[in-house]
Design a protein around this ligand. Structure first.
Ligand SMILES: [Zn+2]
Length: 97
């Protein structure tokens, strides 16, 4: 098979550059850019499909994307209260005013 020889560097540069695509998508949804870049460089088709299916969560205060498993917004510092977390207190204690 004759043809223009592909410089070895291109074989390294292609996945690194293509890995940016899922990394940018995942980052826009609050995920780690570095982790997703690595993921995309190693397993591009899977990482890309995965990144597109990620659910985005947004901070109710500053509307920036936040990771699903975080409890504090990195941008504005808002502390998220997990859903369905009733405040338990003994019946003899009066509720705070
Ligand atoms: Zn925020």
């Amino acid at each position: 098979m004759a043809g223009p020889e592909v410089p070895p560097l291109a074989w390294l540069a292609a996945p690194v550059l293509l890995g940016l695509i899922p990394a940018l998508i995942a980052h826009s949804k609050g995920r780690s850019f570095a982790n997703w870049w690595l993921y995309g460089a190693v397993l591009l088709p899977i990482a890309l499909a995965h990144a597109l299916r990620l659910q985005a969560f947004y901070c109710p205060q500053c509307s920036s994307p936040v990771p699903a498993d975080t409890l504090t917004c990195e941008i504005c510092g808002l502390h998220f209260v997990p859903k369905a977390q009733p405040v338990k207190r003994p019946p003899w204690e009066k509720p705070p005013a």
